[in-house]
Write a protein that binds this ligand. Structure first.
Ligand SMILES: Cc1cc2nc3c(=O)[nH]c(=O)nc-3n(C[C@H](O)[C@H](O)[C@H](O)COP(=O)(O)OP(=O)(O)OC[C@H]3O[C@@H](n4cnc5c(N)ncnc54)[C@H](O)[C@@H]3O)c2cc1C
Length: 414
């Protein structure tokens, strides 16, 4: 395979697709552009180990395989616009980069709270720089308010209370992680945090930040003032897809792809990672984004295979038989979250089945819960890591809830 490959986004998804393309025999020019100043690194520790101490920082960068030695890395460089008909991308440095095949891997950025009050003292956690700034702030913070009680909010709360901060979590749901795990398991998570000293203000939202130049408190909808020298906003993320505007793509929630990760409405372009919206076996006919580490690797393989096919075909070569191409039908969404000694591990789509949760194992030994839709298993969650859920993987794969993704493409899916 030859042709010039441009990867936009120098992080996990971009790296994994680049590795796959080289692994499939591509030896042509490859450029990776990324707006961060550093080589690709691993994000999950940013809300866990790396927040506790700087000694973890050197373990964050991903190793770069020898097959990528001749790749041109253009760091601190953003893609600002693209002309997909002309196959050109304009960068923040003012360059125009041409490609035969392009990978979109620009991920997400944190959503921010649009509330009155001082900015200083407000943090998010997405990048290494974010985590380092928060780590420094936590060292001297008597009180921390975490707004949002899903994965990142709960993980940051666990680290902050362990570091000795007085931590309050504020969120509109009844229980932490309720949208992903349901109320029963969410209550268990809350109890574990409570034992560690975290205070919860659930079914509450912040309405303002207070302080003289820097945050000192969060004002809640109930009128209560929560003291907070540091505020962590963990209220979700937004896809970095604006730079693709004007090309007629569906960018309504990330970049719409088919089940081969080919971008709908573009030639020779694939997407991967958190920014990509695609159909998979558990998505019940819709295209969805999946913001989980394991899935990034799985779909990068599919995207790499597709790009090889597209570019080889486009350059007049002989692509492999379509029937052999990888699709997202084999992807089993999975996630984990570490909070204290809890390693929460999920498979499939537990969130779809939070209305019918049943204990599948002995509650005293690493409990595992099954999530059901119309009596069919949609997902499993265990509190004892991957090992606790693996025995239930076959039942999940055999469940009628997951679609048989025989058709690789749902037109207009959403
Ligand atoms: C703090 C944190 C903790 C997590 N913990 C877990 C966990 O415990 N378990 C789990 O399953 N998953 C976890 N995840 C999710 C997992 O890390 C992500 O799914 C994964 O990092 C996504 O990789 P990505 O390459 O798609 O996106 P990103 O890692 O966001 O990379 C996108 C890159 O593109 C860059 N970029 C954006 N716009 C442009 C542009 N216009 N031009 C050039 N470059 C651009 C960005 O700066 C970034 O470097 C966590 C994520 C975070 C942030």
């Amino acid at each position: 395979m030859s042709g010039t490959i441009l990867v936009v986004g120098a992080s996990m998804a971009g790296l994994r697709v680049a590795e796959r393309i080289r692994g499939l025999g591509h030896s042509g020019p490859m450029t990776v552009i990324g707006d961060e100043p550093c080589m690709p690194y691993n994000r999950p520790p940013l809300s866990k180990e790396a927040l506790r101490g700087e000694e973890y920082d050197e373990r964050l960068p991903f190793p770069i395989r020898p097959a990528l030695n001749d790749v041109q890395w253009r760091l601190s460089t953003a893609a600002v616009s693209a002309d997909l008909d002309e196959r050109r991308v304009v960068t923040s440095a003012g360059d125009e980069l041409s490609y035969d095949g392009m990978v979109i891997a620009t991920g997400l950025r944190p959503r921010r709270l649009d509330l009155p009050g001082p900015q200083a003292g407000r943090h998010v956690v997405r990048s290494m720089a974010d985590a380092q700034a928060l780590r420094d702030a936590l060292r001297n913070a008597p009180s921390v308010a975490v707004v949002g009680a899903s994965f990142i909010g709960c993980e940051v709360a666990a680290v902050a209370v362990t570091l000795g901060c007085q931590v309050t979590v504020v969120a509109p749901e009844r229980e932490p992680m309720e949208r992903v795990l349901g109320t029963e398991l969410g209550a268990q998570v809350r109890r574990r945090h409570h034992e560690a000293g975290v205070t919860f203000r659930m079914q509450e939202v912040p309405v303002a930040f207070e302080g003289d130049g820097a945050v000192e408190a969060v004002l809640l909808s109930s009128g209560e003032r929560v003291p907070a020298a540091v505020v962590v906003e963990a209220v979700g993320s937004m896809p970095n897809a604006e730079w693709l505007g004007g090309n007629g793509l569906d960018l309504s929630d990330g970049v719409l792809c088919d089940a081969r990760m080919r971008v709908e409405g573009a030639e020779c372009v694939v997407a991967a990672g958190d920014v990509a919206r695609f159909p998979h076996r558990w998505s019940t006919g819709r295209a969805v984004r999946v913001e989980h580490w394991n899935t990034v690797g799985d779909i990068a393989r599919v995207a790499g295979d597709s790009l090889r096919h597209l570019v080889t075909d486009d350059l007049g070569g002989h692509p492999a038989d379509e029937g052999e191409a990888a699709t997202t039908a084999t992807v089993v969404p999975s996630f984990w979250s570490d909070q204290y000694d809890l390693r929460i591990y999920g498979l499939g789509d537990p969130a779809a089945g939070i209305g019918d949760v049943r204990l599948l194992s002995d509650a005293d030994v690493a409990p595992v819960y099954g999530y059901h839709v119309d009596g069919q298993l949609s997902g499993v969650v265990g509190l004892g890591g991957l090992r606790s859920v693996l025995p239930h993987r076959e039942s999940l794969l055999g469940s009628a809830f997951s679609n048989d993704l025989a058709d690789h493409h749902w037109p207009g899916s959403k």
